[in-house]
Ligand binder design. Structure first.
Ligand SMILES: C=CC1=C(C)c2cc3[nH]c(cc4nc(cc5[nH]c(cc1n2)c(C)c5CCC(=O)O)C(CCC(=O)O)=C4C)c(C)c3C=C
Ligand code: FE2
Length: 417
């Protein structure tokens, strides 16, 4: 993870970010003054705005090990062309626009003619970038559309139908995915909306889902967010600061598949509806046995601390497993060797006209090095006997291979097309 993602942006980081290299500036007292001028020139009087920037360029794409921002828009696109050059041009345009929006700048011509529509849709003018991130990937269909099947990684296969799935075509698959996350919903929407606008003619939207979690303002301590079932969700995630673990479980490694994907990751999205009304009527004990964790602390059943290691062998006074075998945590954990990085958000989408109940749930998003070894066996276990299945139904499913990071002067997906 880059320094910028980890900590607040220093003056020097901000300068590097805007391409003011050490050759152009001596970082002494005078240099710092000039640095200040440069930064405040770009951001108005407030240097705090620089802290709201995630670097667009890097070894890996943003939005994967980036600590989850407050809001997400996840959009899947169909390709409307078979022409690789046209798709390449779009990827270049998306790269330019994403870079500008990451830095809180307007897209395109900032002094539009009165006689034509402005390039930028305008709703983010004057707003901070709010740690906006852009993550791009391609699904199995992309390779069919462009007749480049020979470049498709062998692990990029449409997910199997799992027991209990109630998948709706309007929430499945797609050729390209764009994940936009930010700490402000309007900034995030501006991000996805402008990419949709730029893509018109080359791609069309297949589905789009927004999501939210508690905001950083309502929980400045940054504790694990709770899902709509009231439980802390994310406790068992692997530590994103542990590079070795990320290389083992999240990043595609050299030799895993085609070179264009090395340093990337597979994104799996599942739109999972939660029967919140039924859940709200279940007893606390049942709720805790469903997850295998305590509701308030998030600790494994029988423990006090949220981050106590899971001990699935531990028995209660009746000799029964302390953490029920059919609990969500026990089944997802398995033998603990295969892990995934979850980056899920809650969603609410008004009324479900078929049931007359709230349409609410989890936009489950996970990143993994190999979906066939990680997500698929895990979801097979869950689909067969997870206690949670009484309260949830999966109605959307998609898989994408997300590109490695973008180098300065390059564009997203350059190694592929
Ligand atoms: C196949 C992958 C998973 C799906 C689908 C899934 C759905 C889902 N999960 C919750 C809520 C919780 N999940 C928790 C833990 C957990 N879940 C998965 C995987 C899937 N979840 C994993 C790998 C783990 C961690 C297991 C471990 O090794 O510890 C928890 C407990 C707290 C935590 O660790 O995050 C909760 C709560 C919902 C509501 C849901 C579908 C709607
Ligand atoms: Fe889970």
């Amino acid at each position: 993870m880059s320094k910028l993602e980890n900590s607040k942006v220093s003056r020097r980081d901000a300068l590097k970010l805007f391409g003011v290299g050490s050759a152009g500036l001596i970082i002494g007292a005078t240099g710092l003054n000039r640095a200040n001028e440069k930064v405040s020139g770009l951001f108005g009087a407030n240097r705090a705005e620089a802290e709201e920037i995630l670097p667009f360029y890097g070894k890996h794409q943003q939005g994967i090990i980036t600590p989850a921002q407050d809001f997400i828009y996840l959009a899947s696109f169909n390709l409307e062309t078979k022409d690789i050059q046209e798709v390449k041009n779009l990827f270049k345009e998306w790269t330019k626009a994403s870079l500008a929006m990451s830095e809180g700048k307007e897209i395109g011509n900032t002094s539009p003619l009165l006689s034509s529509p402005p390039d930028d849709t305008g709703e983010a003018i004057g707003l901070n970038p709010m740690k906006i991130s852009f993550t791009f990937g391609v699904g199995p269909q992309f390779f069919e559309d462009l007749s480049i099947q020979h470049k498709k990684p062998s692990s990029l296969k449409n997910l199997p139908y799992f027991p209990g799935d109630d998948l709706k075509e309007e929430w499945n698959d797609g050729s390209i995915v764009v994940q936009v996350c930010a700490n402000d919903q309007q900034v995030a929407f501006h991000g996805i909306r402008n990419l949709i606008r730029i893509g018109r003619g080359t791609v069309s939207l297949k589905w789009i889902q927004h999501g939210f979690q508690r905001s950083a303002k309502s929980d400045p301590s940054g504790s694990t967010p709770r899902n709509l079932m009231g439980f802390k969700d994310g406790t068992g995630n692997p530590d994103v600061k542990n590079d070795q673990l990320m290389n083992e479980q999240v990043w595609v490694q050299n030799g895993d598949g085609p070179n264009w994907l090395t340093g990337g990751s597979y994104l799996i999205a599942r739109r999972i509806k939660i029967r919140v009304e039924e859940w709200d009527r279940s007893a606390l004990k049942d709720q805790e046995h469903t997850f295998g964790r305590h509701r308030i602390s998030g600790a494994p059943i029988g423990e006090k601390d949220e981050f106590t290691n899971l001990d699935l062998k531990k028995k209660d006074i009746n000799g029964q497993p302390m953490i029920p075998r059919d609990s969500h945590t026990a089944l997802a954990h398995g033998d603990g060797k295969m892990r995934i990085l979850r980056r899920s958000y809650s969603y609410t989408d008004g009324l479900d006209n078929q049931t007359g109940k709230i349409d609410a749930g989890l936009l489950f998003v996970s990143f993994q090095r190999d979906p066939l070894k990680q997500f698929v066996p895990m979801q097979n276990r869950l689909a067969q006997m997870d206690k949670l299945n009484e309260y949830i139904v999966h109605n959307g499913s998609a898989i994408f291979a997300c590109f490695p990071g973008v180098k300065k002067g390059s564009y997203i997906g350059e190694g592929l097309i």
